[in-house]
Each structure stands twice: as structure tokens, then as C-alpha cells.
Design a protein around this ligand. Structure first.
Ligand SMILES: Cc1cc2nc3c(=O)[nH]c(=O)nc-3n(C[C@H](O)[C@H](O)[C@H](O)COP(=O)(O)O)c2cc1C
Length: 166
């Protein structure tokens, strides 16, 4: 039977949603049946063999949809293989080394039994609207996501799933 993986994301401006799509594409290339969904729209995780949950970072916290998804589904997630990712840094630090999740996310990860976590670079449109966002964008606007880094992480998950016989 084909392994079914849900890639759920919390994203405000779409760039984390796109990372979720890249992850799912890479998993499909490894023969895995991967669905991508906005974490705020997923009713439950029934039928999935594993879950990858990601969120954009805003003010040091995971996007609300990802946090709520984790809370809502904690009872099921604890029994499944789960991986977490964040997207945020508006510079090249995420490509240069491992960035640990913020403490609030570490707590969520232990509640859902997440195996590990990756931080990927973020994207912010230099022309973004909103007072705070445009102030951030003025200094750090741009696309810092590394598609190959994301795909390599997904391939590693595919290998781990195979290793644990999922
Ligand atoms: C107001 C604001 C606060 C942010 N706070 C953080 C942060 O605390 N840590 C971080 O790594 N990135 C932070 N970012 C960058 C975003 O996480 C980045 O733009 C991300 O790619 C957004 O994802 P989205 O397009 O899926 O919403 C912030 C961006 C804005 C506009």
C-alpha cells in the first residue's frame, strides 16, 4: 500500500504554503502519496501514515493555524511519525547552519511527538502592505528560501519513513 503523508502549513503571505508544495513534490518523487493543506482547513488526520507540519514565524511564534492544528490533533499526532518545519529568517542564516525552533515551538513539538525540525529561509515582498511588515521589508525584503534545501529535507524524511517501515 502507498504511504500517505499530509503536509499541513500555516502561512500568512503564501511563501510557507509554497514550501509545503515543494516538500510534497519531493515526497511524490519518492513514491509517497502526499497531500498539501492549509492547517486551518484540515478536519483531522485520519488515514495518514505520517504528518509534516510547518508554519511561518511571526514575532518568534509559529503561525496560528499551525499551532491550532497541533493542539486540535495532538491525540492522533502523538501516535504518528511527525516532522515540523518553520520558515522565517529573511537572510541567509537558514542555509548556513541549523536554526533551532523557538522555545514555544519546542513545547508544541514535544506535545505532538515531532521527530525533528528544520528552519528554512523566508520570503517577504519588498512592496508588502502594512506598517510593520513594510518596515521589515524595507530592510530585509526578498526571497531567502532555498528550494534544494527543502527538497533534500523531504527526501531525508522519505528515507526515514522507509527505514521505520511506514
Ligand atoms: C511582522 C513580521 C514579523 C516577523 N517575525 C519573524 C520572526 O520572528 N522570525 C523569523 O524568522 N521571521 C520572521 N518574519 C519573516 C516571516 O516569517 C517570513 O516573511 C515568512 O516567509 C512568511 O511566511 P508566509 O509568506 O508563509 O506568511 C517576520 C515577518 C514579518 C512581516
Amino acid at each position: 500500500m502507498t504511504t500517505r503523508v499530509l503536509v499541513a502549513y500555516g502561512s500568512k503571505r503564501g511563501s510557507t504554503a509554497e514550501i509545503a508544495e515543494w516538500i510534497a513534490d519531493a515526497l511524490r518523487q519518492e513514491g509517497i502519496d502526499a497531500d498539501v493543506a492549509d492547517a486551518g482547513r484540515v478536519k483531522d488526520v485520519t488515514g495518514y501514515d505520517a504528518v509534516i507540519l510547518g508554519g511561518a514565524l511571526y514575532a518568534g511564534r509559529w503561525h496560528r493555524a499551525a499551532r491550532r492544528f497541533a493542539r486540535r490533533n495532538a491525540g492522533e499526532l502523538i501516535h504518528l511519525p511527525v516532522w515540523a518545519f518553520s520558515s522565517g529568517p529573511l537572510d541567509h542564516t537558514a542555509e548556513e547552519g541549523v536554526i533551532e525552533p523557538p522555545p514555544s515551538l519546542t513545547r508544541i513539538m514535544s506535545r505532538i511527538g515531532a521527530q525533528s525540525h528544520a528552519t528554512f529561509g523566508g520570503r517577504l515582498d519588498p512592496e508588502v502592505h502594512g506598517m510593520i511588515a513594510s518596515a521589515v521589508a524595507k530592510k530585509q525584503g526578498g526571497d531567502y528560501r532555498d528550494r534544494e534545501q527543502v527538497r533534500a529535507w523531504a527526501r531525508e524524511i522519505a528515507r526515514e519513513l522507509a527505514a521505520i517501515g511506514v
